[in-house]
Design a protein around this ligand. Structure first.
Ligand code: NAG
Length: 392
């Protein structure tokens, strides 16, 4: 169905080159494109920065810029802007070509999310499926989209035991694995180093263009067992714990300004895994600070948010400058669970942002759990409304 819709949209665009397809942007401050929506849709003021062609009558009469009494949004507001207004740096989402190509999804990303994480395109199997042969097509698509839409980027992920090609997992000598890790990280992190991302600060209603620009990298991902010991993987089996320092040194060398993260799941209360992670960060950072931040994925079960604030507090007590919620989704997406997580990040000053693991339930890796803020039709759910209220 989506392919057919895309073809229809393309046909309409071809016929009316200056009209914006449904769900596309049709106005807002700094917007310079067409303000005319395709027939059958109308331009709605979602917020000051973003007007969207939404299905409805009218067709071609756009509103003209922000008004003091904008129409009640039928679609989305601006989650990211409200979170920034509370002093945070972003509320983001994962994305990649497959979801960026869905107009309704891209429109919500633009209006509500300030940061993107590649869902799959920067994983090792996607980037270097055979030794030394890099394919950046998918990753570049995501990065270019982010840059042209003014979104921050969390690079994800440089060293992970999963989605790892067989040629890496079969390496069994230290020297080969060391140089393979170093080459992968220097090539990938080096490619995106020094890119200019504009960070907009909406606090107190001011729009400041900050000159401090960065990308964040999940340098190592999911390296712990539940009891806090190091997970068995080709990396730990061949190199022991030293692969962590090795990876962070390579990432620092490749991109001197990136914020370098260690990222994991089930860090959802102050549990053994949290404590094992914090202990490792202390060891690695005992000399030079290599690890800047800790990411907690937060793929939660229903009623699973109660330990979030304690976990963030414990993680923030490690010798790092920031922590973040990096892959948030919650089974059932209750308003209560979502507001609990939101308030947990607000309450911990080191918590710089939240990344949802997708926009709409329909594209979620756990879609059967309906865990996201937007329903199958890209419409905000009760949890979204509750989070917006919590950020009022
Ligand atoms: C931690 O868990 C792993 C995986 O279950 C196990 O192999 C290891 O022995 C455990 N370590 C300790 C110290 O209990």
């Amino acid at each position: 169905m989506s392919k057919l819709l895309a073809l229809v949209s393309l046909a309409l665009i071809a016929q009316h080159a200056s009209a914006v397809a449904v769900w596309g942007q049709c106005g807002g401050r700094d917007y310079t494109g067409s303000k005319v929506c395709d027939a059958g849709s109308q331009c709605v003021v979602v917020n000051e920065w973003y007007h969207q062609c939404q299905p409805g009558t009218g067709g071609t009469t756009p509103t003209s810029g922000p008004t003091s009494n904008p129409p009640t949004p039928t679609g989305t507001g601006s989650l990211d802007a409200r979170f920034k207004n509370k002093g945070k740096k972003f509320w983001g989402s994962c994305a990649d070509s497959n979801t960026l190509n869905i107009a309704a999804n891209a429109a919500v990303l633009k209006s509500d999310f300030g940061q993107v994480t590649p869902e799959n395109s920067m994983k090792w199997d996607a980037l270097e499926s055979s030794r030394g042969n890099f394919n950046f097509a998918g990753a570049d698509t995501l990065v270019n989209w982010a840059v042209s839409n003014g979104k921050l980027i969390r690079g994800h992920t440089l060293v992970w035991h999963s989605q790892l090609p067989g040629w890496v997992s079969s390496i069994n000598d230290r020297n080969t694995l060391t140089s393979v890790i170093q080459n992968h990280i220097s090539t990938v992190a080096g490619r995106y180093a020094g890119k200019l991302y504009v960070e907009r600060d909406y606090r107190n209603g001011n729009r400041r263009t900050n000159t401090k620009i960065y990308v964040k990298w999940d340098v190592v991902n999911e390296i712990f067992e539940e009891n806090g010991s190091l997970r068995s993987s080709v990396f730990s089996n061949v190199l022991g714990e030293s692969f962590v320092t090795l990876a962070f040194q390579a990432a620092r060398a490749a991109d001197g300004t990136a914020k370098l993260y260690i990222n994991d799941y089930n860090l959802d209360s102050n549990n053994a895994k949290v404590q094992g992670l914090v202990a490792l960060v202390k060891r690695v950072n005992s000399g030079t600070r290599l690890i800047d931040g800790i990411g907690t994925q937060m793929h939660l079960e229903a009623n699973g948010a109660g330990g979030a604030q304690a976990a963030l507090t414990a993680l923030a007590a490690a010798p790092v400058s920031e922590v973040a919620i990096t892959e948030l989704d919650i089974k059932g997406a209750s308003a209560n669970d979502y507001t609990t997580v939101t308030k947990a990040c607000l309450a911990v000053s080191a918590c710089v942002g939240i990344t949802s693991w997708g926009v709409s339930d329909v594209n979620s890796w756990r879609s059967g759990n309906t865990p996201l803020l937007f329903d199958n039709n890209y419409k905000p759910k009760a949890a979204y409304t509750a989070v917006i209220a919590a950020l009022a």
